[in-house]
Ligand binder design. Structure first.
Ligand SMILES: *Cc1c(COP(=O)(O)O)cnc(C)c1O
Length: 398
C-alpha cells in the first residue's frame, strides 16, 4: 500500500528551490476557486502589479507563465524569433547553453560569444560580435549564472544591444529579488525568471515581461509561434488588461496564491532591503568559508550573493559531503555542474533562506562534516569570521 508523503523539514541552501516561508505555504492551502472567478481575476491583476514592481517595469505584458523557469526561457525565444533570425548568445555557464538550444530549435542562428565558466561575460567580445553581425535581431544573456555563481553586467549589455539595434533577452531566474535588476531603466526587452529562487515561492511558475518593442515584434510575426501553449498572442487574451479573459489554459490557482503571497512579502520588505539582506549574509558566509580555508573561485567583484561557489578541498569526495549534510543535518547544498562538477559546491542564500541563522548553521555543519572526513581545514575560525562581518555591517542585528 502506498502512503501519504510527509517530507522532512530541510534547509535548502542549494541552487533552488530555496526555503519557502510558512506564510507562502499557508497561502497555497487556501480554498481553490475557479480560474475565471471574478475574485481570481482581481488576484491576477494584483500579481501583475507586484511583478511589475519586482522587475521594475511598466510593461503591460508582464505575467507568470504556468510552468517553471525553463518555460519562461522558451516562451521568450519562441515568441521573439522566427526561422532564419540571427541571435548573439553569450555563454559563461550552463544556462547560456540552454539559450543556444532554444534559439536553434526556433530555426534561428545562434552566434555564440563564449567566456570561461566562473568569469563574467566579456563586454568587448560582445561588442565585437555585434559589429560583425549587424543583421542580428537580439542579444541574449544570463544575468546571474547559477551554474557558476557569477553575475554579469546586465545594464552595460543592454546598452550594447540597444546601440546595435538588437532586442535584449535577459535570463533573470536567479537575479529577481536577489540583486539589483531594473528592466525599464536598463532597457530590457524580454526577461524571464523563476519562483523558486530568490522569490522563495514553490517551483513551477515563471514570471516574464516583454517591452513594447518586443510586443510589436511578436504582433508582426509572419510565422505562427511554434508552441501553442507559450504563444503570447493567445496568452495575452487570458492575462491582458481589459481583455475578454477568454479561456486559454487553467491557471495553477493555488500556486498563484503562493506567488502572490511571496511577492507581497517582497513588496513589504522592499527590493533594496532584499538586495542588501542577500549581500550582507553572503559577506558573512564568504568570510566564514575563507576563514575555514576553503577557496571561493569567483573573483569577489563578480560574486552572486545568492549563489556561492566553494572549492572542494583536495582529496575530498564532494558528493559524500553533500550526502552527509543531508542525512545528518537536513541541509541541502548544490553540486558543481558541467566543467565544475566535482570541483565546487554551490551554496545558495536565496530569498527566505538568506538569514543569519542559516549562515551560522551552514558554516557549523560544513565544518563538522569536512572535519569528520579528514579535510585539512581550519576549525573554530569560521563563526568568529562571520560574526565579525555582522558586527561591522549591522551591529547588534540578527
Ligand atoms: C534555475 C534556472 C533556470 C531554470 O529554471 P527552472 O525553474 O529550473 O526551469 C534557468 N536559468 C537560470 C539562470 C536558472 O538558475
Amino acid at each position: 500500500m502506498s502512503k501519504s508523503f510527509f517530507p522532512p523539514v530541510r534547509t535548502l541552501m542549494g541552487p533552488g528551490p530555496s526555503d519557502v516561508s510558512p506564510r507562502v505555504l499557508a497561502a497555497l492551502s487556501r480554498p481553490t476557486i475557479g480560474h475565471l472567478d471574478p475574485l481570481f481575476i482581481d488576484l491576477m491583476d494584483d500579481i501583475k502589479r507586484l511583478l511589475q514592481y519586482a522587475f521594475q517595469t511598466a510593461n503591460a505584458l508582464t505575467l507568470p507563465i504556468s510552468a517553471p523557469g525553463s518555460a519562461g526561457m522558451e516562451a521568450v525565444f519562441v515568441n521573439l524569433l522566427e526561422p532564419g533570425d540571427k541571435v548573439i548568445v553569450c555563454q559563461n555557464g550552463v544556462f547560456g547553453g540552454r539559450m543556444r538550444e532554444n534559439v536553434e530549435r526556433c530555426g534561428a542562428d545562434a552566434i555564440m560569444v563564449e567566456d570561461s565558466w566562473g568569469t563574467p561575460i566579456d563586454l568587448a567580445k560582445v561588442e565585437q560580435a555585434l559589429e560583425q553581425h549587424p543583421d542580428a535581431v537580439a542579444l541574449a544573456f544570463v544575468h546571474s549564472e547559477t551554474s557558476t555563481g557569477v553575475r554579469s553586467d546586465a545594464k552595460a549589455l543592454c546598452e550594447l544591444a540597444k546601440r546595435h539595434n538588437c532586442l535584449s533577452i535577459v535570463d533573470a531566474v536567479t537575479s529577481l529579488a536577489g540583486i539589483e535588476l531594473k528592466a525599464d531603466d536598463w532597457g530590457i526587452d524580454a526577461i524571464y525568471s523563476g519562483t523558486q529562487k530568490c522569490l522563495s515561492c514553490v517551483p513551477g511558475l515563471s514570471p516574464v515581461s516583454f517591452s513594447e518593442r518586443a510586443v510589436k515584434r511578436i504582433k508582426s510575426r509572419t510565422t505562427k509561434v511554434q508552441s501553442w501553449f507559450l504563444d503570447m498572442n493567445l496568452v495575452m487574451d487570458y492575462w491582458g488588461a481589459q481583455t475578454r479573459r477568454s479561456y486559454h489554459h487553467t491557471a495553477p490557482v493555488n500556486a498563484l496564491y503562493a506567488l502572490h503571497e511571496s511577492l507581497l512579502m517582497l513588496e513589504e520588505e522592499g527590493l533594496t532591503a532584499s538586495h542588501n539582506r542577500h549581500a550582507s549574509h553572503h559577506q558573512a558566509l564568504a568570510a566564514g568559508f575563507e576563514a575555514m580555508g576553503l577557496g571561493l573561485p569567483v573573483a569577489s567583484a563578480f560574486r552572486l550573493p545568492q549563489l556561492n561557489a566553494v572549492s572542494v578541498p583536495a582529496g575530498i569526495d564532494e558528493a559524500k559531503i553533500r550526502q552527509l549534510l543531508l542525512q545528518d543535518w537536513n541541509l541541502e547544498i548544490g553540486a558543481g555542474l558541467g566543467s565544475l562538477a566535482g570541483k565546487v559546491w554551490r551554496v545558495g542564500l536565496m530569498g527566505h533562506t538568506a538569514t543569519r541563522q542559516n549562515v551560522i548553521f551552514c558554516l557549523s555543519a560544513m565544518e563538522q562534516t569536512l572535519q569528520s572526513q579528514g579535510a585539512g581545514i581550519h576549525v573554530a575560525r569560521a563563526l568568529p569570521a562571520a560574526q565579525q562581518v555582522y558586527n561591522k555591517i549591522a551591529p547588534g542585528a540578527a
